[in-house]
Design a protein around this ligand. Structure first.
Ligand code: PAF
Length: 325
């Protein structure tokens, strides 16, 4: 009898203890543009796991995948306002908030993935992250999507002249728009949540994104042609609300920073994996793939755009990135 009563009290104590843990948990809302089965989902899961580990479960990450809270630009605005705690986003629309980030969007700036990672993880990347707090944002780490490639529903693109008049959806990013205009295409800036419908309805002919996105977004269902242009590296960022950040103690700030780095590392692992088999997957789904282009030819056509970038960012800054070892 006594034992039964004791067990009853112990069970009650357990219920009360878990209820108090639950009520002591602070919700952290994290939004991102693609489904959970993507490099963003991998990043958000790693963010949640790292945070749970370092803070003993005091924070509960609630994920809002697949643009549930709007396009990337809208989510960044919400983080700025403090109505969303964090966003995993491509760098594309970030330059509308932190203009210096746009230097990373210059076409054919990075030699390869190792070069891009070295730049973003080194002093240049840190200097760019330091530009966020005055804009009401905390950039925790650089994640990534991979190199961007062109898809379209009209024709195989092998050279810049094939792009003439093609209506290509770009991100809301001036550097990208100038590049596509200079290449002879008709760049159409559009928020990501409208892109698939735009392709289906023919308001745009094509779009450009890395293999990680082309696979996760099931682009083969709406686009026939893929050209591996590698025209621009697509960094991603883990961005946190400054309002929320300012209320954290130093230990929790360190925990969120570590969670941001874990998210970025998980994104990179996912991208590495999808890059090895993604093109074969897309071919299997019926996409026709031009596997390489003459990069030098694209760079020659882009000469007037490069002159504009030099005016905007300064040739020295561009060369510092280009020549970084
Ligand atoms: O093209 C874009 O807008 C971005 O690359 C995407 C697909 C939203 C992922 O960040």
């Amino acid at each position: 009898m006594k034992i039964t009563r004791y067990l009853g009290l112990a069970a009650l104590a357990g219920v009360l203890a878990s209820a108090s843990v639950a009520s002591a948990q602070t919700a952290i809302k994290v939004g991102y543009p693609l489904p959970n089965a993507s490099h963003y989902g991998a990043g958000a899961d790693a963010f949640a796991a790292e945070l749970a580990k370092t803070t003993g479960g005091r924070y509960k990450v609630e994920q809002f995948p697949a643009s549930a809270l709007g396009g990337e630009r809208e989510m960044i605005e919400s983080v700025q306002l403090g109505t969303l705690d964090a966003v995993l986003t491509s760098s594309g629309p970030v330059s509308n908030f932190v203009p210096d980030v746009a230097v990373t969007d210059i076409p054919f700036l990075f030699r390869d993935t190792a070069h891009a990672r070295a730049v973003l993880d080194g002093p240049i990347g840190e200097e760019l992250l330091a530009k966020f707090p005055p804009k009401g944002l905390i950039a925790l780490a650089w994640g990534e999507q991979g190199f961007r490639h062109l898809t379209n529903g009209k024709r195989a693109i092998a050279a810049p002249e094939d792009m003439k008049g093609l209506k290509v959806r770009t991100m809301e990013n001036q550097v990208h728009m100038l590049a596509f205009r200079t290449l002879g295409a008709n760049p159409t800036p559009m928020a990501w949540p409208e892109v698939i419908q735009g392709l289906q309805q023919g308001t745009i002919d094509g779009q450009e994104n890395p293999i990680s996105v082309i696979v996760s977004a099931k682009m083969s269902e709406v686009q026939k042609h893929l050209t591996l242009t590698r025209h621009v590296f697509s960094p991603a960022l883990v961005i946190f609300s400054k309002q929320r950040w300012d209320g954290l103690n130093d230990a929790d700030k360190a925990a969120f920073k570590a969670a941001g780095k874990a998210a970025a590392a998980a994104m990179r692992r996912f991208v590495d994996e999808v890059e090895t088999k993604g093109v074969e997957t897309l071919k299997g789904q019926g996409m026709q793939v031009v596997t390489s282009v003459d990069t030098a030819k694209f760079q020659t056509v882009l000469a007037p755009a490069y002159a504009e970038y030099a005016k905007r960012f300064g040739q020295e800054r561009i060369d510092r990135i280009r020549n970084y070892k």
